[in-house]
Ligand binder design. Structure first.
Ligand code: GLA
Length: 379
């Protein structure tokens, strides 16, 4: 009995410490955090540029923190079914955590999120070569992708919980052609939706695949595995991959395979039959580029549900297979394998080399636009 009490106390204290440490980021703006809107606090400096942490608060008191370093979502604190607040995403409470290069925690990845085979692609017979930073392939924009850049930020109106981030990726940066102007707007609505709008233009033909790389654990506690959470993905097909996670080019039905999430099921149910765990692109059933619900994640411990809506044709479902306990949370808990999962809305991996996949080519004069919404509720 005594032991159980001490244990519960430890858990309670850890939770409190985490929330406190979140608040510590905002000591200068604490008073304003209680009302809906956006506040800004200094968060350090890198590459000779100032880094800030923005706190978006909605009318329900839910808070999302975002840094202009990597356009990164660092926390999303909401109450669970017992009214206990915790963050549903992996993140750090200081810039140093991100400068240590965690695997894309909460960041916007680009210019090309996911893999390009051998780091090579052609546009109009011109061959482009990227750094190979993932075995023989290019991953998530290269050695210094958008997740490691300091973005410009503007808040427009501090009574709206909305943050506009912009970044210009120079012609030739990481091997990609064309000066690419990118903006990402994050908005936290009063319905507990985090809306992410991406826009981009280029002055030369280029390829583009932008996504957010948040790692979710709806329990708010990384000691609970996400294998016990329940997932639905509205996808009858997926893109099988080779051993280096490059699509073979086939589009295969999920029916009768461990990839069938068309009806909600526990993530851990069939993961044992998937070599290395889930790290696959699902071909969404949606037939056009309108904003539609494509996935729902549920957790019984916290009572939380996360619904995902997107305009994009695919989603990379990744079960945190490479997390291995070497990184810890601000509350000093080890982040082990399957401690969190990603639902990265996107175009398909290696599209520049796969003529049958939806195109990721962006031409001068065109406007790239996509929207993804993560909607949180509790029952
Ligand atoms: C993506 C990839 C994974 C892995 C993670 C980062 O989700 O698909 O294979 O590289 O990013 O660790």
């Amino acid at each position: 009995m005594k032991k159980a009490t001490a244990f519960s106390l430890a858990i309670a204290l850890t939770g409190a410490a985490f929330i406190t440490s979140c608040n510590n980021n905002q000591t200068t703006t604490e008073k304003m955090e209680t009302k809906a809107g956006i506040t800004k606090a200094a968060w350090g400096n890198t590459d000779g540029k100032d880094v800030f942490l923005y706190t978006l608060t909605n009318a329900k008191g839910v808070q999302v923190k975002i840094s202009n370093y990597g356009a990164t979502v660092t926390s999303w604190v909401s109450p669970d079914k017992n009214n206990k607040p915790s963050s549903i995403v992996l993140g750090f409470d200081s810039l140093s955590g991100y400068l240590a290069k965690p695997p894309y925690f909460g960041a916007v990845v680009g210019r090309y999120g996911n893999r390009i085979a051998k780091g090579k692609f052609k546009i109009d017979n011109t061959q482009y070569t990227l750094a190979t930073n993932n075995g023989s392939n290019a991953l998530h924009g290269g050695l210094k992708g958008f997740d490691k850049q300091v973005w410009d930020a503007s808040t427009e109106n501090d009574s709206t919980a909305s943050l506009l981030l912009s970044y210009t990726s120079k012609d030739g940066e990481e091997g990609y052609p064309g000066n690419l102007k990118v903006t990402v707007r994050y908005t936290l609505t009063n319905d507990n939706e985090l809306k992410i709008e991406y826009n981009a233009t280029t002055d030369k033909p280029t390829v583009l695949n932008l996504t957010n790389h948040s790692y979710f654990n709806l329990t708010g506690d990384v000691s609970n595995s996400i294998l016990d959470e329940t997932l639905m993905i509205d996808a009858d097909n997926y893109t099988p991959v080779d051993t280096t996670l490059i699509p073979t080019g086939e589009i295969k039905p999920v029916k009768g395979t461990p990839f069938d999430f068309t009806k909600a099921k526990k993530i851990g149910l069939e993961i044992g039959a998937v070599s290395g765990g889930y790290d696959h692109n699902f071909v969404l059933n949606k037939k056009d580029s309108s904003l539609q619900k494509i996935a729902a994640l549920k957790d019984s411990i916290s009572g939380r549900t996360l619904e995902v809506f997107t305009t994009q044709p695919g989603v990379q479902f990744y079960t945190g297979n490479f997390l291995d306990g070497t990184i810890s949370t601000p509350g000093a808990k080890k982040i082990n394998q399957h401690a969190a999962l990603c639902l990265e809305t996107q175009h398909f991996p290696d599209s520049p080399n796969q003529p049958k996949f939806p195109t990721t080519l962006l031409l001068p004069g065109e406007q790239f636009h996509s929207v993804t919404v993560y909607k949180l509720s509790v029952n």
